[in-house]
Structures are given as structure tokens and as C-alpha cells.
Ligand binder design. Structure first.
Ligand code: FMN
Ligand code: EPS
Length: 389
């Protein structure tokens, strides 16, 4: 059985819940590290007041004993502190003529799921859509991805990331190692290594917010230590680059994904794109460059996996955009109460975790076993095969 997960829960409900199925037994989990990943997702310049209310931690309520997985489904819960402020709104139906009717959401926001979800599910209270379409759900996905990340770490695979661009401001290229990148971006409120860029980005986000607007950007995720041969060329849904792209595109507000040089590959010659093949006793087969971001034929080639995603600006704007009231069908322009103005740094953390998940899943498909010991034996056997090839 392959690795899979589901999440449930509303943004202003009591909690988010995730169930992971297919993890092997004897994976030692570091709960502090798991909560650290949740904490990272909450940070970032440009987030709204909600993040001051939440202090995300994951409570593991199934599948783990004495700090280790047992092979049973792992159930995780992340509570919403904000729930206590929303109990009336969430519990009392806003029926016509009642006091609660004024709380019914009937003014859809352009760029959010409100109108499509209301029409599709025949819901006249758009809260029933926004509660689940909210990126609050990404807290559950980070909790799940943090488990995957610990699984990968047991095989020496590391995951990191950075913000590449926020609106008009692009971070300069650098040559830091992944370890250094992880350390340096951790200290930055916009997850960049360069201090000057950091200041510019923060000031820019403040300016956008002051103008009642929002801004998106581009984020990058790097995975290092991946063996050659995860994923497969033989079937469309086994191509790991395709699966990573799907998971990146599933993050709220993501509008594109590229691997390696991505779209630039369509603008330059083959000789400037393809990574030449090298061999040494010590490293085995490796590439002189890594323009293709660690993939050929839907399989990893042993180089770093480099994935980028683009996030559109947050749809809830303080500066009103025109929309149509679903009750009156009249146009309106509304002010909003609370929203992020930029969530690109947080989204970069989400992306690390959805990518980690896909890599862990492909890893388990290749080296599958019911316990960590069995998987390690399979993995070592494969590494021997690669060495003697
Ligand atoms: C970390 C994160 C935080 C977000 N915060 C907000 C927010 O405060 N307000 C908002 O309207 N959208 C926010 N979004 C974006 C919406 O969730 C997203 O645009 C919406 O679900 C519609 O989906 P789509 O943009 O993928 O089409 C956030 C997204 C992410 C990844
Ligand atoms: C709660 C989170 O993000 C939320 C994502 C979100 C949206 O519409 O996507 C809207 C905002 O929620 P609220 O309306 O409660 O302020 C964000 O705060 C989170 O990231 O944990």
C-alpha cells in the first residue's frame, strides 16, 4: 500500500485533523522538530493578526507509541486557538430572520473559492466554502510533511527552501550550501539570505499593505541527498517531477511550478540546458551542472531536486474590488476585517513540506517495507547495485 494522507477541519472550527496511512514501523519521531516546522509556517513578514492568535502544535493521537511509529495510521491534530472566538458563528445556523442571519456570508471575494464553491455545492452561506478553502489547512499539511521529512532524514535526505521573489523585488543568486541556506533563511522574516534584499522586501510588503493591497511571489525548494531512480519513466502517474508539480500547484494561491531552470528551458539552446554526465570512483555518475533540477525521464538523477512555485497575491484585499452580492445580484465593493497581505514566506515552508511528502512517498514505493529496518536493508542493497553498475 502506498503512502497517503487526508486532512479535515475548518479554519474557524475546533481543529485540523490529518491521517497518514502507510508509514513503516519504528520511525523515531522528534515531536519538538515537528512543532518547529509548524512554527516556521506561522512566521513571515506580511501575515495578518490570525497568526498572533495561533501557536500551532501537533498532537499525535494514533499510530505512535514511545515516540516511534507502529505501522498503524498516524493521526495528528492541530488545534485552532481562534475557535473560541467563532463558536457562535460556527454553531448557530444563520437562518432567515434570526440574529445570526447578519453573519451569513453572501459577498464572494474575487480570487477566492467563495463563488465557485457556493454555486457548485449549492451553499447560500459562503462561509461553508471559505472555512475549508482557507490556507489554514496548510498547517495540517505541514504537520504531515514534517513526518515525511523525518522519514527522509533517516536516509540522509535534507529539505530546505527560500523566497526568490516578492512582487517586484528579486533576491540575488548566491552559492550557499543547502545547510547554510537553511540556517540563514531561518533568521530572515522573508526567508532570504541577503540582508539588503530582506530590508527591501519588508519595506515593500509594508507599502503594499498600507495601500490596502496584497502581493505574491516565487519560492524555491531544494531536496539534497536523493538517490538516483525515484519515480519512473514508464507511466505518466509515476513520473515524480509531475507528482511534485501537482502537489505544489495544490497549495492555496499557487499558479505555477517549474523544475530546475523551468520556463527558461524554452528560451535557450539544448547545449545550454542539458547537464553533462560525469563519472568518478568516489561519486559514481554525476552531472557537471544541475539545470534540469534533478530530473530526467520523471526519475531523480541524484542531483539536488530544485522546484519553484509562484504564489499569486492574497485575494482578500483591504482595497475593495468589485463583486456581486449573491442575494441581491447587485454589485458591491466591500472592506474586509482581517487578512494576510503577503504569505509568500509561509508558503515557502508549506512547499518544502508538500515536496518532502512526494519524495518520501516515491522513496517508500521504491524501497518499500513494513519497518524502517526492512527499508534500510532494501536501500543499502540498491546503493550496492548502483555502485557496481
Ligand atoms: C500560507 C497562506 C496564507 C494565506 N492567507 C490568506 C489570507 O489571509 N487571505 C486570503 O484571502 N487568502 C489567503 N491565502 C490564499 C487563499 O487561501 C487562496 O487564494 C484560496 O484558497 C483560493 O485558492 P486558489 O488561489 O488556489 O485558487 C493564503 C495562502 C497561503 C498558502
Ligand atoms: C489561518 C491561517 O491562514 C489563513 C488563511 C486564509 C485564507 O483565506 O486562505 C485567511 C486568513 O484566515 P482568517 O480569516 O482567520 O484571518 C489566514 O489567517 C494559517 O495559515 O494558519
Amino acid at each position: 500500500m502506498s503512502l497517503r494522507y487526508l486532512t479535515a477541519g475548518e479554519t474557524h472550527g475546533p481543529q485540523l485533523t490529518a491521517i497518514i496511512e502507510g508509514l513503516p514501523s519504528n520511525l523515531q519521531l522528534d515531536f519538538q522538530e515537528l512543532n518547529f516546522q509548524l512554527h516556521r509556517r506561522q512566521k513571515g513578514h506580511g501575515r495578518g493578526r490570525r497568526m498572533q492568535i495561533e501557536k500551532d502544535t501537533a498532537n499525535i493521537v494514533g499510530g505512535v507509541r514511545h515516540g516511534k511509529t507502529t505501522g498503524a495510521p498516524v493521526a495528528l491534530v492541530v488545534e485552532n486557538n481562534d475557535w473560541k472566538h467563532w463558536t457562535t458563528v460556527m454553531n448557530i445556523e444563520p437562518i432567515e430572520g434570526s440574529d445570526e442571519e447578519k453573519r451569513r456570508v453572501h459577498r464572494p471575494r474575487p480570487g477566492h473559492a467563495d463563488l465557485n464553491g457556493g454555486l457548485k455545492y449549492n451553499l447560500k452561506d459562503l462561509r461553508n466554502v471559505l472555512e475549508r478553502s482557507s490556507a489554514r489547512e496548510t498547517a495540517a499539511r505541514v504537520a504531515v510533511g514534517a513526518v515525511a521529512r523525518q522519514f527522509l532524514a533517516a536516509f540522509g535526505i535534507k529539505v530546505g527552501g527560500q523566497v526568490i521573489r516578492i512582487g517586484e523585488i528579486e533576491a540575488p543568486k548566491h552559492n550557499f550550501s543547502l545547510d547554510e541556506l537553511i540556517r540563514l533563511t531561518e533568521e530572515s522574516p522573508v526567508r532570504v539570505v541577503d540582508k539588503e534584499t530582506e530590508e527591501k522586501m519588508c519595506a515593500y510588503i509594508d507599502q503594499i499593505k498600507a495601500e490596502g493591497d496584497s502581493i505574491g511571489g516565487i519560492v524555491e525548494c531544494i531536496v539534497e541527498g536523493v538517490p538516483i531512480g525515484l519515480g519512473s519513466h514508464v507511466q505518466y502517474d509515476r513520473k515524480l517531477d509531475g507528482r511534485i508539480a501537482q502537489s505544489v500547484m495544490s497549495i492555496n494561491a499557487f499558479k505555477g511550478c517549474e523544475i530546475g531552470i523551468g520556463f527558461e528551458a524554452g528560451t535557450i539552446r539544448g547545449s545550454q540546458v542539458h547537464d553533462e554526465i560525469m563519472y568518478s570512483e568516489e561519486r559514481g555518475y554525476y552531472r557537471a551542472t544541475n539545470r534540469l533540477g534533478g530530473f530526467e525521464g520523471g526519475m531523480t538523477n541524484g542531483e539536488q531536486i530544485v522546484v519553484r512555485g509562484v504564489m499569486k497575491p492574497i485575494p482578500t484585499l483591504y482595497k475593495p474590488l468589485q463583486s456581486v452580492d449573491i442575494d441581491t445580484k447587485e454589485p458591491f465593493t466591500a472592506q474586509v476585517e482581517r487578512s494576510d497581505s503577503c504569505a509568500v514566506p509561509a508558503a515557502s515552508v508549506v512547499m518544502e513540506h508538500v515536496v518532502a511528502w512526494e519524495v518520501a512517498k516515491a522513496f517508500l514505493e521504491k524501497f518499500g517495507g513494513d519497518s524502517m529496518e526492512e527499508i534500510k536493508a532494501n536501500y543499502n542493497n540498491y546503493l550496492d547495485q548502483l555502485r557496481s553498475y
